[in-house]
Design a protein around this ligand. Structure first.
Ligand SMILES: [Zn+2]
Length: 113
């Protein structure tokens, strides 16, 4: 399960941010999960709880939002959301598309004390 390593790097980033802002407790963190990141939210929050148990990050709430996969067509320049994993331009039918977002995990905001 790759959520464990993702949760670990997430915790590393959060710790760094908290040090920079001299925060002592983390209340919540809002994340954007790309559809293609293949992250299972329940699994990520479980791993997060395991890693942060007994630390100053313990009890923080993970708020996760799945963001749609955006792509742009190289042939007609249209940009669109990819649905049902159909990697084809809905406007001209071309398969020459570039994905713009939806593969990443990003921290949108964190609430600290
Ligand atoms: Zn197109």
């Amino acid at each position: 399960m790759h959520e464990m390593s993702i949760a670990q790097s997430l915790v590393d980033i959060l710790r760094e941010e908290m040090t920079r802002h001299q925060a002592s407790t983390l209340k919540s963190v809002r994340l954007h999960l790309g559809q293609l990141s293949a992250i299972v939210p329940a699994s990520l929050s479980f791993c997060f709880e395991v890693i942060t148990a007994g630390t100053n990050l313990e009890g923080a709430e993970l708020i996760m939002e799945t963001i749609p996969l955006r792509a742009a067509c190289r042939d007609c320049d249209a940009s669109f959301d990819i649905e049902n994993y159909v990697f084809k331009c809905p406007h001209c039918g071309s398969a020459r598309i570039d994905t713009l977002s939806g593969q990443e995990l990003s921290i949108v905001e964190m609430e600290v004390d």
